[in-house]
Design a protein around this ligand. Structure first.
Ligand code: GLN
Length: 201
């Protein structure tokens, strides 16, 4: 069966698990490197990216997640999770010296809190490449992407800023698709994980 892991250190991981489960995927919460074994895809949820980065160090997950990608399996980052994927992070807090560790797997620069602060969280009907009807996208202190590399496709933009990217088996959304009650982007990710599964067996 198709097995998807959801990084469960912090943030909105339960909502992802519930949606994946409703779509018939086998779901596993990931907290330790060993939890990555046998997965076809991994979701890095939204939450707070500096906290998540600290926990990735604490649980020694940076290299195992990079290896997971190198071995051809699918990874999807939502919001803080997308920040973790990016090659470069802008807008890190001053106590981090304005710098923030990331996986560097997605060839883009991500700007944290690109749409303002918490009070500016909003929902928007987002036109997404490959979807017939707009997706009800929930943005919560959302980042935005800029300077996508040649292998990166921009799948959606809001207010002139890229908010959904795909690069091979990596998907990144600046918004929270697990909070909309709309499973279309989870279905897309399951397809990506299935492709990975087919290629690896
Ligand atoms: N603003 C948060 C961060 O930079 C991300 C917010 C979210 O994941 N909803 O980590």
């Amino acid at each position: 069966p198709l097995r998807i892991g959801v990084l469960a250190l912090q943030g909105a991981f339960r909502e992802h698990c519930r949606l994946l489960d409703s779509l018939g995927a086998a779901v596993r919460e990931v907290r330790l490197p060993a939890d990555l074994a046998g997965l076809n895809g991994l979701i890095l949820p939204g939450g707070e990216s500096t906290t998540m980065a600290r926990l990735l160090s604490e649980y020694a997950l940076w290299e195992p997640i990079r290896d997971f990608h190198t071995s051809g399996r699918a990874i999807w980052g939502t919001c803080a999770g997308a920040i973790l994927l990016a090659r470069e992070v802008q807008g890190a807090p001053p106590q981090f010296g304005g710098r923030q560790q990331s996986l560097g797997l997605l060839d883009t620069t991500v700007q944290r809190n690109a749409f303002g602060r918490q009070i500016n969280s909003f929902a928007a009907p987002l036109t997404v490449q490959g979807l017939d009807l707009p997706f009800p996208a929930v943005f919560i202190r959302a980042p935005a992407f800029s300077g996508a590399g040649a292998d990166v496709t921009v799948l959606a933009e809001w207010d002139g800023q890229a908010v959904m990217l795909r690069q091979g088996r990596i998907l990144a959304t600046a918004f929270h698709p697990e909070l909309s009650g709309d499973a279309r982007i989870h279905k897309l990710f399951i397809e990506m994980a299935q492709e990975a599964q087919a290629a690896n067996t």
